[in-house]
Design a protein around this ligand. Structure first.
Ligand code: AMP
Ligand code: GLY
Length: 426
């Protein structure tokens, strides 16, 4: 069967790398892909949000399975369009992708379904939002309701910062229509974790836990990014916490979406804060996390094609996921300046030496190939991922590989996995 992976980031290289290993995959296409996916398949020059172009290609090539990496085409309804044409595609419908595409919708479903999450208001005008903030002295988080490429969330220290966030989103229109509604939310404290679950009509199957590192600098300092590294499993998610998340978060949310007329089929990502009062939801995403997919999929032993097909066909209950028990750590190497301005086009060296190390896979994200050389081409450039017998070994291997790779103004966090190591030491 021919398989098409939509997207061009580190997550999409990882999906392509894993899917191409399946005996069910006769040919892998990546649209538009990157030099990493080009090593396991063929890149086709169609943008991830060009739904008409992707449909035309999938039909012409008789693609048997399309797997969508990023949220934008899902929120735009790529799954509905493909299914209407009789094509098989993994991901939620446009209605169900609102779990990520509209934080206001998602919060409303959570409230109706009693899913634990922060107190909030959805507000349609800056004046209403400011009035609400003026009446709340506790720390708040201000979010654009729509898609903002991970940049529409402001974790505020005080009311002044919250008011400024409203001005950025609503008066300066920093995120366009995505900011026509804002969510003002109680600020939660605790340790974060990502729980990704496969969901079909009736069955929910959580993957192993993982943890992202969103701020750009060590010790969670600096602005939030798309994610500077991840590891799996996350020790903060004990067996008890996982059970609580399954029972109190995933089951009611999946039921609530069905009741709301938006039944979910695909990968549902719950961003969780493990608070003193138990797990609470920060957000839902409608796709694999990036970079969580990197450590998760290097640990997954099962055939991903079979797993995704079972989800599409509503027979998840027939599948058992097999995991490598060893932990994995992914360190993101980024362009200096990211998530602000940064330069592109810097030559990357040392990729082969890094990939030759035991149990190391270097996933490409923002890279470009030219004349046999690889250059930087984005903010997050590489996801250097390693397995180890324990988290210390996985981390040491990942950083050994990082130190073999060079490009001008490369930046990475030096503390990926530190929270897990600290937790396991106590
Ligand atoms: P989101 O895209 O909603 O997950 O927000 C991005 C990041 O902002 C999260 O990973 C958290 O680090 C932080 N965040 C979002 N909502 C809250 C909240 N209610 N309390 C504390 N931090 C939050
Ligand atoms: N790593 C966070 C995300 O994929 O949204």
């Amino acid at each position: 069967m021919k398989i098409l992976v939509v997207g061009s980031g580190g997550r999409e290289h990882t999906l392509a790398w894993k899917l191409a290993q399946s005996p069910h995959c006769s040919k892998l296409y990546a649209a538009p892909g990157n030099p990493g996916s080009a090593a396991v398949g063929e890149c086709v020059d169609i943008a991830a949000d060009d739904i008409a172009g992707l449909l035309k290609f999938a039909k012409a090539e008789a693609v048997g399975l399309t797997v969508v990496g990023p949220e934008q085409p899902l929120v735009d309804g790529i799954v509905d369009v493909f299914r209407a044409e009789g094509l098989r595609i993994f991901g939620p419908s446009k209605a169900a992708a609102q779990a990520e595409g509209s934080k206001a919708w998602c919060k409303a479903v959570m409230m109706h379904s009693s899913v634990p999450t922060g107190e909030y208001r959805a507000l349609q005008s800056a004046a209403d939002a400011i009035r609400y903030i003026n009446n709340h002295e506790e720390p708040l988080v201000v979010k654009a309701s729509g898609l903002a490429a991970g940049k529409g969330v402001f974790v505020c220290k005080n009311q002044d910062e919250a008011r400024r966030a409203v001005a950025t989103i609503m008066n300066e229109n920093a995120f366009g229509d995505a900011g026509s509604t804002v969510i003002v939310e109680e600020r939660l404290s605790g340790e974060e974790a990502s729980i990704l679950a496969l969901v079909d009509g009736t069955t929910i199957y959580s993957l192993e836990s993982s943890q992202d590192h969103k701020p750009v600098f060590d010790n969670d300092e600096g602005p939030n990014t798309g994610g500077m590294g991840a590891y799996s499993p996350a020790p903060v998610v004990t067996k008890g916490i996982q059970k609580q998340i399954d029972r109190e978060v995933l089951v009611p949310m999946v039921h609530g979406m069905k009741v709301a007329g938006a039944p979910y089929n695909g990968l549902l990502y719950a961003g969780i804060m493990v608070t003193a009062g138990g797990p609470k939801v920060l957000e839902f995403n409608c796709r694999f996390g990036d970079p969580e997919a990197q450590p998760l999929l290097v640990r997954l032993k099962s055939d991903l094609v079979e797993v995704l097909e079972a989800t599409i066909d509503n027979r998840l209950e027939t599948i058992t996921l097999e995991w490598d028990p060893r932990p994995a750590v992914c360190v993101v190497m980024a362009s200096g300046g990211y998530p602000g301005e940064y330069e592109k086009g810097k030559e990357i060296t040392g990729l082969e030496a890094a990939s030759r190390l035991d149990d190391v896979v270097v996933f490409h994200a923002g890279t470009r190939a030219e004349d046999g050389k690889i250059y930087t081409n984005g903010g997050r450039v590489l996801g250097v991922t390693a397995l180890g017998n324990d988290i210390n070994e996985a981390r040491d291997r990942a950083y050994e590989a990082v130190s073999a790779i060079h490009f001008h103004r490369a930046h990475w966090r030096t503390d990926i996995g530190a929270k897990a190591i600290r937790r396991l030491a106590t």
